[in-house]
Design a protein around this ligand. Structure first.
Ligand code: ATP
Ligand code: MG
Length: 565
């Protein structure tokens, strides 16, 4: 490929709307173009990268007996009604109608399509196990697309679905897939990706793992034990609390706390420790705005994933109105009257001498004793694990919270979809059973962006060889010089004849422009033919990652380049 024919523009200035480096560099390097919020087109360099990633995904899925299939992007709503997700999924699922008013959806994930594809075929136990996979477009109407390819609305995903006749078989296959994922991330140049226990969210099922690339720009928070191998997404991590109870319980007293609304203000005002306070966080149920009042220890934060999993319905932060009966800023568990769903976090269990709201404007209680004053209430785990918190596995205070990008996710789904969609098989004893499923996703564009995040410098991406858009970037500096042009043209043809992927820059531009464009394309190996080099009878072969820089005699240029690759 000649660089002067490459469609797309490269430029120097960082676009002001790019919050992450991968986005800025991919826009500056002519990889992608904005079409609409969360929707982009790719130019050839990016397309070549994603094609290589997809090929690696394909090889690794084939290696664990996957069969590539194609699902529709547009599906009838009825298929999603069968699984129950037509109703349960929010606005991320795009719902629309065709010309005859038939309700349709855009595929945001394809469990339903997978079951639909195989349920007539796989009616006997001897057809199992099997895995089908796709590498296709998904559309999710994300609320806040951001960070370039990291969070978009339209994206390519490799998504795989396996079907089994026993939990044990699923687990064995799940491990196989876990290992395939480790190979995939190593092959695309980010072997440092770790797997963490995750929350299964809208997918259902119990066990799931996310594959995380740890970097500060990641949207996810991951709890990692520095002493054992515990790693979990903060969304899924259990928050272990120490049982603390003072020897003597004070009496319950109402105290005047004018204008002290937040727990920080109240505790500062009363000179008491936030760890000895109880705060209220209020939500409302999406369908009918019913209030949910959650009490937890003042220094902790709510883990909304655990809360919604417990409740089993969608919620939003509450709008506390005059009529609802709640006294914003002064809500407490003692003498709280009204028709609310009231929940208690386990951090409060057994506590005494607690500061809490008195459900009266400008008043709090001191000396609340959870056992004495509230009697029998149930406590559950609704709080976020914190830095320095207790490891749920080894019990030491060794939790570190790091940021990460979720590049892949695998799930043991169980029979959620096969039951709901009535997929059955006859087992060896003639019993009718529902097959057990697993599913396994990797976002292709997010993966490319994540790789760029950890492989770049100020001048551009430094693509790992396995996914780089080209293998060699050939620069003919001063190609208006016939000697240069002739030699570089010949080298270009020879490299191509050897099957090397070359991008060839013979434009009549300065070396500076040539090299900054080469930096933006991030090709691993740069070959420089220039008047100075030719005078010395050499070409320069330079690594984009600076790992080598050598001069090769012109007559051996081809061999030396191939050796370096
Ligand atoms: P997130 O929590 O980041 O929204 P998710 O957990 O909803 O993602 P999955 O359903 O697990 O996503 O999808 C599998 C993979 O697809 C993810 O691990 C990620 O690599 C990719 N992916 C998901 N949503 C997006 C998106 N909006 N933009 C780009 N890639 C995505
Ligand atoms: Mg996920």
């Amino acid at each position: 490929m000649k660089l002067d024919k490459l469609v797309g523009e490269r430029f120097k200035e960082r676009p002001s709307d790019c919050t992450v480096d991968s986005h800025a560099l991919m826009v500056r390097g002519g990889y992608m173009k904005y079409v609409a919020n969360g929707i982009f087109s790719s130019y050839m360099p990016l397309k070549r990268i994603t094609r290589k990633i997809e090929q690696i995904l394909r090889e690794e899925m084939d290696a664990i007996d996957g069969q590539e299939v194609q699902f529709p992007v547009v599906m009838p709503a009825q298929l999603w009604q069968e699984s129950g997700r037509y109703e349960s999924i929010g606005k991320e699922l795009v719902r629309f109608k065709d010309r005859s008013e038939g309700p349709l959806v855009l595929g945001m994930t394809h469990e339903e399509a997978a079951v639909q594809l195989v349920r007539e075929y796989a009616q006997s136990y001897n057809k199992y196990p099997f895995m089908i996979y796709q590498i296709q477009t998904k559309f999710r109407d994300e609320a806040r697309p951001k960070s370039g390819l990291m969070r978009v609305r339209e994206f390519t995903m490799k998504d795989a679905y396996s079907f089994h006749t026993s939990q044990q078989d699923l687990e064995e296959y799940y491990d196989k897939c876990h290992k395939a994922y480790e190979r995939i991330f190593a092959r695309v140049g980010i072997p440092e990706v770790v797997s963490v226990a995750s929350d299964s969210g809208m997918m259902g099922g119990n066990i799931s793992h996310e594959f995380m690339l740890l970097t500060d720009i990641g949207e996810d928070s991951i709890a990692i034990c520095t002493d054992c191998d515990y790693r979990a997404n903060v969304e899924a991590a259990e928050n272990i609390v120490e049982y603390v109870r003072d020897e003597e319980s004070q009496e319950l007293k109402m105290v005047h706390t004018p204008d002290q609304k937040t727990i920080e203000e109240v505790c500062a005002f009363l000179n008491s420790d936030e760890k000895k306070s109880c705060k209220a966080v209020v939500y409302q149920r999406n369908i009918d705005d019913k209030y949910i009042v959650l009490f937890l220890r003042g220094d902790l934060e709510v883990n909304e994933t655990k809360l919604t999993n417990f409740l089993g319905f969608e919620i939003h932060p509450a709008l506390i109105t005059e009529e609802c009966g709640l006294t914003a800023g002064f809500i407490g568990p003692y003498n709280l009257k009204g028709d609310y769903i009231v929940l208690f976090d386990q951090s409060l269990k057994g506590m005494n001498n607690v500061v809490c709201g008195a459900n009266t404007t400008d008043y709090h209680y001191t000396g609340l004793d959870m056992e004495r004053d509230l009697g029998e209430v149930e406590y559950y785990d609704f709080a976020k694990i914190q830095e320095g918190g207790i490891c749920p596995k080894c019990g030491k205070k060794t939790i570190k919270v790091s940021r990460g990008i979720e590049v892949g996710n695998i799930f043991q789904l169980g029979t959620k979809y096969t039951k709901a969609m009535n997929m059955t098989y006859v087992d060896s004893e003639s019993n009718i059973q529902n097959p057990i499923m697993g599913c396994y996703g990797i976002g292709v564009g997010r993966l490319a962006a994540a790789i760029c995040e950890v492989h770049h410098d100020d001048y551009g991406p430094i693509w790992p060889k396995a996914i780089a858009p080209y293998e060699v970037h050939l620069c003919a500096v001063r190609a208006d010089n016939p000697e240069i042009k002739e030699f570089a043209d010949k080298l270009y043809e020879e490299l191509r004849a050897k099957g090397v992927e070359v991008i060839y820059d013979d434009r009549n531009v300065s070396a500076g422009i040539m090299f900054s464009d080469a930096d933006l394309l991030g090709v691993p190996c740069r070959v420089i033919v220039s008047p100075r080099n030719i005078k010395q009878g050499i070409v320069e072969i330079v690594a984009r990652d600076k790992s080598f820089s050598v001069s090769a005699p012109m007559e051996n240029a081809l061999e030396e380049i191939i050796k370096k690759l």
